[in-house]
Design a protein around this ligand. Sequence first.
Ligand code: NAD
Length: 260
Amino acid sequence: HLNGRTAIVTGSTSGIGLACARVLAGAGASVVLNGFGDADAIETIRVELAAASGGVALYDPADMTDPDQIAAMVERAVAETGSCDIVVNNAGIQHVAPVDRFPTDRWDAILAINLSSAFHVMRAAVPHMRGTGWGRIISTGSAHSLVASPNKSAYVAAKHGLAGLTKTVALEVARDGITVNMISPGYVWTPLVEAQIPDTMAARGMTRDQVMDDVLLAAQPTKRFVTPEEVAALALFLCQDEAGSITGANLSVDGGWTAA
Ligand code: NAD
């Protein structure tokens, strides 16, 4: 149902973003892949998505800390595919440390990638969506857009900020055929989660198993990790015309975490 549409998915070389790119391409959209990683692995993904899609698949290496590269990525998508109809603001990083030992460069990087990049993408994409009278803006939030955990000051601040940005832009474009929503997963088993286990072990003086059971899955009543595909399925639903009245929402996919 997305034939003729173009979707930009930031941070789509891995994890949740890759799952979103796959379902959007599978529904017929042209896709702009973005993110870091091994060049051959990215090209393999691009070819796979191009084959699945009714359109084309591009890779754009824009660094989500750089507003000029972000704007150029959006303009390139329009120039090479004809439009920019769907954006998934998904790129994100994590750093785990208590506030008094939180490296200031990690604070700046997390605010830039997890929050400001979504602003820069929206700023560039909204005029194109207004031009066609249809658009879908989806941001990957987190349970940490609603609740906090210790040792994640930058991440929790950025995700709470992204929640506010989502609501604000939703109001601004409400009459333009554009919806703006956030999907807030609980713990999803991806490289981002795997990478924070050693720092959480150090910060809390725990073993690996203790971090898995007492920190990660402790918060999630379902006692299992959310899958990237479960998040992507909701993103795809938000792109349907039937989802046109869902806007400004923060939709939890967190195994009951924020219900507790
Ligand atoms: P991941 O590490 O698998 O993927 C992150 C992606 O972002 C990669 O493609 C990476 O290359 C890209 N990226 C990182 N820095 C970038 C930069 N400067 N410019 C461009 N791309 C960059 O992680 P994931 O778990 O799939 O996370 C995706 C999103 O989901 C993030 O916003 C994260 O906060 C959010 N999230 C993850 C979980 C979880 O448990 N994994 C839970 C809630 C929310």
